[in-house]
Structure formats: C-alpha cells, structure tokens
Design a protein around this ligand. Sequence first.
Ligand SMILES: C[S@@+](CC[C@H](N)C(=O)[O-])C[C@H]1O[C@@H](n2cnc3c(N)ncnc32)[C@H](O)[C@@H]1O
Length: 160
Amino acid sequence: MQIEFFDKIYDSWKPKQLEKFEQLLPILKPFIRSSHSLLDLGIGRAWFESFLLDRSIRLSRIVGADINQFLVSPRLSWVQYEFSKNFQTQEKFDWVVCFDSLHLLQDKNVLKFLKPKGIALISLPVSLMREIPKFENSEILHEGFIGVQEKDYFQLLQSK
Ligand SMILES: C[S@@+](CC[C@H](N)C(=O)[O-])C[C@H]1O[C@@H](n2cnc3c(N)ncnc32)[C@H](O)[C@@H]1O
C-alpha cells in the first residue's frame, strides 16, 4: 500500500520531466549519434531513455546508475543498470546525463566519465542550481531554463 502510494506520487512527476525533455530535444539532437554511449547517473525510471526511443533516437549503449533498486522499476531491456551509492567505473562515455540527481550524488565530478569531446547534460531545479560545480577542462555549449510546471536550470557541457 505504501509502495503503491509512493509509485503514484513518483509517477505524477513524469509529465513535468517530459516537458523538460521536449524542450531540450532540439538542443541535444545535433550532438547525438547512434554510435554514442550514455551514462545516466540517478536514472530513476529511465524516462529520458524511453523518451529518446519514442523519438526514434537509439544509442549504442546505455548504462543507468542508481542507488535505489526498488524505485527503478520497471527496468528497460536496453539499459544496463548498476546499483551503487557512489557509482564508479573506468569506462568512458560519449554522454553523461544527470536529471535532477546531481545534488544527490556523492561524487559530483561527473565529467570524469566522459571521453574527450564527450557531452554532459546536467539539469537541476532552479532552487538547487548552485549545486553545479565549476567543471574544469570543459566548455559550456548551452545553458538556460527548461520546464513549464517545474523549472530547471540546465547546462550542456563538452569536455576538452
Ligand atoms: C529526483 S530522481 C530523478 C530520476 C531521473 N533522473 C528522472 O529525471 O526521472 C533522483 C534519482 O537519483 C537517485 N539517487 C539518489 N542518490 C543517488 C546516488 N548517490 N547515486 C545514484 N543515484 C542516486 C534516486 O534513487 C532517484 O532515482
């Protein structure tokens, strides 16, 4: 009963996230290639990855890290899930995305997971935008505000 209640609350947030993804898509599309790999830190229910597929955007590899095995449900067959409170890997990705999760990560140095010229997408509620550190060795390609029902500040960064 408690879990059902939580599921309902969590899922009621989905339309707010989809509005943000919709606004970001024209900004992201020119940079996305089907050969790209993506790491989603704090993937939750993988709404971003489902959104990409709904728009016929396929990537070669998607890894989703999260702390909570119970929240991450249902799982997508095309995502490799990793559960950890401090996910680490030597693998380098073309993309790293953090939607409303950077403030929850123990290690905020998320650009270390990128290949050279890889792209990071960070989006946080405006009230938390100061949690985004100044990343060294990177360039901000785009930044701004997204969302209708819930306003986020986002940065699209490219590693050098
Ligand atoms: C606000 S939700 C955002 C989920 C997803 N990014 C989205 O936009 O729908 C935050 C997510 O971060 C996860 N999380 C919290 N602490 C974490 C940590 N230390 N490492 C990885 N994920 C974490 C939560 O379990 C949750 O799935």
